[in-house]
Design a protein around this ligand. Sequence first.
Ligand SMILES: [Ca+2]
Ligand SMILES: [Ca+2]
Ligand SMILES: [Ca+2]
Length: 472
Amino acid sequence: MGLEKGRVLLAYWGPAQSSGPKNMNDWWAMWDKVIQKYGENPNAYFEIFNEPHMYTKDELRDLYASWLERYPNVPRDHIILNGSGMAQNVPDIASDSRFDGCLFAVHEYTFWNMGITTEEGWKNALKAKVGPYADRTICTEWGGAMSPGTKDGVYYDYMDYNQLPTNYFMAYIRGIPEQLREWKMGSFYWPGLRDGDWYSMTKRVGEGANIKLEIVNQSGFERMKRSWTDTVEVKPVKQEPFGGIKDGVEIAGDPAFIPGKIEAEDYDLGGEGVAYHDNDPENQGGEYRHGGVDITTDNEGNYVVGWTEEGEWLKYTINVQESGDYYVQARVSSGLENSSFQLSIEDKAISEKIVIPKGSSWDNYQIIDFNTSPINEGQQVLTLKITGSFVNIDWLKFSTESSTTIFDITNSFSTTSQKYILFNYQGKRVAEFTMNNHSEIKVYLKQNNIKSGVFILRDKTGKSTQVIKHYQ
Ligand SMILES: [Ca+2]
Ligand SMILES: [Ca+2]
Ligand SMILES: [Ca+2]
């Protein structure tokens, strides 16, 4: 047994039923035997009752006191007393002077409280359970989701615990080891291996004499190690281009080429505050990605970013092939007035605030277009910032075609003579005129001394709308 090899043994008793051990005489008989054999072994430690939730605080204190009285030769610093309840209230026991010199055990799980969604919140939860007794307490159980699984009807895919938390599991797996580390507290990840348990840290592979254990979730393993070792290298949260999803895990890839198309939902890896900012940690649409960005599908099944709110932003690592200003088309929808976004590179705006003309609904996607100011060649980070809430964005397409070809490319207007209204970006009506074809608009703008800028052109019915850029 492990003791001869100099390892620690934790003798342990779990309750046989909710009211406690079926027969207390058996319980004492077990301990008599164990203590007789190992009581004075310097490598043996005794956790005498697991999760004693069936006892009141006073009953439990008396039970522990009887144990200490019965085995006076067991060194006190080898006796581990579980906190009351599910080993969750250490001060209930530790504050009793009869247990001076003993060690205590705390258990901390995510199971009960889905309301804690920050690392700090979990650190505080653990602090509250331990009170001022951290120097004599061991965390004999903690553990969280490592494989995909479902809790309270919500499905959780593999989680990357090296990213900033976007749900309570992530906050837990990051927060608990930090607190254990801060205290230098001994701890056990539970369960190490339990078949069919989505909290299990390892899984069994191979057969017969070749059975091996494999780590289920490397990032969870790294976080666990963080609780007890100085040697683990914790990856800083890194912003990288998104490359796709492999075996349920988001993996890094190559930057998006410009000219080229950027899918809005393919924002960079790196998490909240690094690769994106979203106002709430859930993916409201529940599609495609694991982060807080809200992704849904359009009628054709294309992924789109939705539930956008003013102040939210998304980042994309891009590789620009050629310096210059670019012509951008964007597939977007909005059911409201005043939805807008703006593009920037390294904090410098490269577009106006692009107002999305109100469509009949969010299912009614349209392609709008605009021009950027000059973009330098090379790898850099593009930011798409929501400047007016509730635009849905499918993709952005950057090309080098000049703005003068706008009309030919996205012409959705009737070719017959009709009335048009021109709005500026503040939504103010600038002009109203009749055109027979689109080339006439440039002539009209020049003749009427409309100064340079970006405008929205809408036909009288309001059905067709287009963003145009006009140079004097
Ligand atoms: Ca969200
Ligand atoms: Ca959002
Ligand atoms: Ca898309």
